[in-house]
Design a protein around this ligand. Structure first.
Ligand SMILES: O=c1ccn([C@@H]2O[C@H](COP(=O)(O)O)[C@@H](O)[C@H]2O)c(=O)[nH]1
Length: 233
């Protein structure tokens, strides 16, 4: 796998037409993420289109509910043949275990990823607004370990925590990092960021890079620039 195959680009657009326009504009991208904005507006059609085009897909709906509901949602989402699927680690051990159990008899189930601490949050918000009495990195690690102990395949974490998670959770635990920003792009609402090269060197398996590419004046140029930055690491 080349380092550019480690980049997942989110289709964070309001409708199917704009999603297809991005697929057409960036045929080099092999791994796409479908999140809440597109799925809520347009449903699952995009997942069939990605399959037809032989692209890998990441369904990022971040399920967070009681165990029975999370398990049912994971089972239902599996029918779309996606490669990756997210649920919140904070749904708890029972929900995580039930989710894994609900798809374990399938022929090619998606890999389940536990969301740890959203990359938009900073330490101050975690402590003052969410009243979490732990260091952010410790909290993220605890959530990743809860996922691992519950049979979940990997975690979504910030690049700032990925080295620690890699060390503790091991090489086989899949680590996917959003909150990735090339030095030439703006952070926007992301808080805990690193550059693509830093995130890969720190141990990420995959990088989710959206607006620095899709919001660029010339997305193809931005994509190529990032691929060059990752070529020699
Ligand atoms: O902690 C998280 C979990 C998911 N995301 C998602 O990743 C992309 C990031 O897009 P950018 O445009 O590169 O900011 C987006 O779809 C989020 O829903 C995340 O950012 N942080």
């Amino acid at each position: 796998m080349t380092n550019s195959d480690r980049i997942i680009v989110p289709l964070d657009v309001p409708d199917l037409e704009q999603a297809i326009a991005l697929l057409d504009l960036l045929p080099e991208v092999n791994f796409w993420k479908v999140g809440l904005e597109l799925f809520v507006s347009s449903g699952a059609e995009i997942l069939g289109i990605l399959q037809e085009r032989q692209k890998k897909s990441f369904l990022d709906l971040k399920f967070h509910d009681i165990p029975n509901t999370v398990a049912g949602a994971c089972r239902s989402a599996s029918r779309y043949q996606v490669d990756l699927l997210t649920l919140h680690a904070t749904a708890g051990r029972q929900a995580l275990t039930a989710a894994k159990g609900a798809i374990s008899d399938l022929l090619s189930p998606p890999k389940l990823l536990a969301i740890t601490v959203l990359t938009s949050l900073n330490a101050r918000e975690l402590a003052l607004d969410l009243k979490i009495p732990l260091e952010l990195s410790e909290y993220a690690l605890n959530l990743a370990l809860l996922g691992k102990e519950s049979g979940i395949d990997g975690a979504v974490c910030s690049p700032q925590e990925v080295a620690q998670l890699r060390r503790v959770c091991g090489e086989d635990f899949l680590l996917v990092c959003p909150g990735v920003r090339p030095s030439w792009s703006i952070k926007g609402d992301q808080s805990r960021v690193m550059t693509p090269a830093q995130a890969l060197k720190a141990g990420a398996d995959y990088l989710v890079i959206g607006r620095p590419i899709t919001g660029a004046e010339e997305p193809k140029v931005a994509w190529t620039k990032i691929c060059h930055e990752l070529a020699d690491i």
